[in-house]
Design a protein around this ligand. Structure first.
Ligand code: PLP
Length: 381
């Protein structure tokens, strides 16, 4: 893991997280202004902005967008656009940047809703090529591409690709580069620093971390590209509610506390699972023996809350999930309450029936590990 210094932006990650996006203090005003519920704003005369109509802009989004930008690229001038969900953010980049005849390269092992998007893109006349994340295999299909979409670590397989290398080669060939940074969050990985044009995320996951809202964002340096993405949000109307945006901003204050705890416990969990004979296919980029560890350590600052592994078969995995007391059998990841699921139940991911995706929460590590060991023993019968 790269050591965090105070670095660009002047402060450490925790300090930045608690102060990110706060407006200048105003006497008798709250530190973080509350959500602004408005479909329209008073607007005499010409509509010069900044706040005109609720689908275009909202002051609560503005504060959150500044906050996320400060975490994505400390000390730099970037623009962030928040969305109603991660998929809204992903679609906004792909559909605002590509047109009929363009070629897009996406991961074949990325988030399982991506193939639905491929279908739509193909219907619009965009050529979609896919290749796995591991081994930088997307390079092999990059020729002539207009946009490269990277997801690293990939979900749910936790493979890692070299963002700097892929971004360099893509840019040499004239392609834009977007990274789905959902799993890492900006405290785990900063795609723009690694050379990407867009950092995109589902903030439904670790970024907001409480499993109670859906949200997404896009951050980029180029104001023109940002304007195109913002325009897409206006057209598609995939806007976050003010309450969700405010809750997200409030949640960012604890991002470092949550992520540090979750990553530390995830490493302990992975180390513990490595000792179990019924566990195979164990993956955690932070585990020194993991095939991705050396590369992950060159580009990740924290390795994320997700550990994946395979139990002998479907029934074994179901028994394990059933026996857990502190871990909810639920999809999604990155929340303060641990979740785990048998990923094969959805279809669509190329994983064995006994494959478990485990998202480590903020419980006391001893309690969680005890619970997992007890459930493994019970599942083994
Ligand atoms: N990207 C990744 C890596 C995800 O895991 C998910 C959801 O699980 C998404 C994007 C989509 O995010 P949302 O559910 O907020 O639309």
């Amino acid at each position: 893991m790269n050591e965090e210094g105070s670095g660009a932006g002047g402060y450490g990650d925790g300090t930045r997280a608690v102060r990110a996006g706060l407006p200048e203090p105003v006497k008798y005003e709250p530190t973080l202004p509350g959500p602004v519920f408005a479909a329209h704003f008073h607007l005499p005369g010409d509509p010069t902005g900044p706040y005109t109509y609720g689908r275009d802009e909202n002051p609560t989004w503005t504060h959150l967008e500044r906050a996320i930008g400060e975490l994505e690229a400390p000390g730099e001038s970037v623009e962030t656009i928040v969305f109603a969900s991660g998929m809204a953010a992903i679609s906004a980049v792909l559909l605002s940047q590509l047109k009929a005849g363009d070629v897009a390269v996406l991961p074949s092992d990325g988030y399982q809703a991506l193939p639905l998007l491929h279908e739509q893109m193909r219907a619009f006349g965009i050529e979609v090529r896919t290749a796995p994340t591991g081994g930088d295999a997307q390079l092999s299909v990059l020729d002539g591409a207009r946009l490269l979409w990277i997801e690293t670590p990939s979900n749910p397989g936790l493979d890692v690709c070299d963002v700097r290398r892929l971004a360099r080669v893509a840019h040499e060939g004239g392609a834009l580069v977007a990274v789905d940074n959902t799993l890492a969050t900006p405290l785990g990985q900063r795609p723009l620093e690694l050379g990407a044009d867009f950092s995109v995320a589902s903030d439904t996951k670790g970024m907001t971390g409480h499993g109670d809202i859906l949200l997404g964002h896009v951050t980029c340096r180029d104001p023109q590209r940002a304007a195109q993405v913002r325009r897409w949000r206006k057209i598609a109307g995939a806007i976050p509610g003010p309450m969700e945006a405010w809750l997200a901003h409030r949640s960012l204050a604890t991002l470092r506390l949550r992520i540090d705890r979750q990553c530390a416990t995830a490493l302990t969990l992975a180390t513990t699972l490595a000792e179990r004979s019924e566990v195979t296919g164990l993956r955690y980029p932070g585990l020194p023996g993991d095939p991705s560890h050396a590369l992950a350590a060159t580009q990740m600052r924290r390795f994320g809350p997700v550990v994946s592994f395979v139990l002998p078969d479907k029934e074994w995995a179901e028994r394990f999930l059933d026996a857990l007391r502190l871990v909810d059998d639920a999809t999604s990841f990155g929340g303060v309450r641990s979740t785990a699921e048998r990923r094969g139940r959805w279809g669509g991911d190329a994983v064995p029936e006994g494959f478990v995706r485990f998202s480590v929460g903020a419980e006391d590590p001893e309690d969680l590990i005890d619970d997992v060991l007890r459930a493994l023993d019970k599942a083994a019968g």
